[in-house]
Design a binder for this molecule. Structure first.
Ligand SMILES: Cc1cc2nc3c(=O)[nH]c(=O)nc-3n(C[C@H](O)[C@H](O)[C@H](O)COP(=O)(O)OP(=O)(O)OC[C@H]3O[C@@H](n4cnc5c(N)ncnc54)[C@H](O)[C@@H]3O)c2cc1C
Length: 307
């Protein structure tokens, strides 16, 4: 019987592990299929406090993991496949193992939706990004492309226009899911150029491991061409990793966990941490902060029950 199981090994899960381990709770961290979480996909992180020269994303999460292990946290490979949260202790199926735990911290993140092109996948962190707040600064005076037609694409395009010499917004249709106000704002921005009915067929630069351009196709005319691009931002949404909790944890329509205040979910002893509940900030530091909150709440919960 465990006191704390943490689902996810990104910033939120690792930080929760540091706090829970230092509270002597011997947490078990289930790493998931993406050990280290989203930061393991990127290169330089310049906005995590404490690293004046920046730090590589994979190093940052690995350091967090080592820090948690130093205090006694255990890490387990594999994914949570099933969870029975109907009574305590909670019963978890992690690959072929069954585990029981008194508290659960869900830090399973929200994965960015990508276009799915092999070239795009190879260049994530090398010119391809899903986060303007994180990576916009790297493209000062450079050519930026944003993909998408929803509010987040409009928001990212506007934000990126502070940095780029030009921002091209590429959308596969000529209708938008974006709200009128966000669309009008992007349209009024002199630096944002719209390219509609257009799809990206390939991101160029794989040989040099750095984005240099894209191959585009107009769906209405069939015309194909190449365009120079330095920063390629995919803004077509995120998928919160909550499918395994469906019908048990309350979520919004998109699957983000609904918070009941602090780190609490609708189920006592189940706490949320990080991007799995946060559709607004989605940063390493906010995820870490949320991991800290969840661990403190789990510890106080156990304490109140006399464990
Ligand atoms: C390319 C890129 C660059 C970024 N750059 C920055 C930056 O410079 N600065 C910044 O502050 N933020 C940056 N971010 C955002 C930052 O990475 C996220 O906000 C942060 O990683 C969220 O942490 P998290 O722990 O909540 O979730 P994640 O990092 O998404 O981690 C989720 C974890 O849950 C695990 N998991 C999922 N499902 C299961 C399951 N069923 N069972 C077990 N485990 C599971 C996954 O394996 C993973 O380990 C970037 C994101 C991307 C994609």
């Amino acid at each position: 019987m465990l006191d704390v199981v943490i689902i996810g090994s990104g910033c939120a899960g690792n930080t929760a592990a540091i706090y829970a381990a230092r509270a002597n709770l011997k947490p078990l961290v289930v790493q998931g299929l993406e050990a280290g979480g989203q930061l393991s996909l990127t290169t330089l992180v310049e906005n995590f406090p404490g690293f004046p020269e920046g730090i590589n994303g994979p190093d940052l999460v690995e350091n967090m993991k080592k820090q948690a292990q130093n205090f006694g946290a255990e890490y387990k490979y594999g994914a949570l496949l099933d969870a029975d949260l109907s009574k305590r202790p909670f019963r978890l199926t992690i690959e072929e193992d069954q585990i029981e735990t008194r508290t659960l911290i869900v830090a399973s993140g929200a994965s960015a939706r990508w276009l799915g092109l092999p070239s795009e996948q190879k260049l994530i962190g090398h010119g391809v990004s899903s986060c303007a707040t994180c990576d916009g600064f790297f493209y000062r005076g450079r050519k930026i492309m944003v993909i998408g037609g929803g509010d987040s694409a409009m928001e990212e395009a506007n934000f990126l226009s502070r940095f780029g010499s030009e921002v091209t917004l590429v959308h596969r249709r000529d209708q938008f899911r974006a709200s009128k106000i966000m669309l009008d704002r992007a349209r009024a921005n002199p630096k944002v150029k719209f390219m509609l009915n257009t799809v990206v067929e390939e991101v160029l630069g794989v040989e040099a491991n750095l984005v240099s351009g894209v191959r585009l196709r107009n769906l209405a005319t069939g015309a194909a061409w190449r365009q120079d691009v330095d920063g390629f931002f995919v803004a077509i949404g995120h998928i919160p990793n909550t499918a395994v909790f469906r019908g048990q944890l309350e979520t919004d329509a998109d699957g983000y966990i609904l918070s009941k205040g602090g780190a609490r979910t609708n189920i006592p002893a189940v706490f949320h941490a990080g991007d799995v509940q946060d559709r607004t900030y989605r940063q390493a530091i906010t995820a870490s902060g949320a991991g800290c909150m969840a661990a403190i709440e789990a510890e106080r919960f156990l304490e109140a029950e006399g464990h």
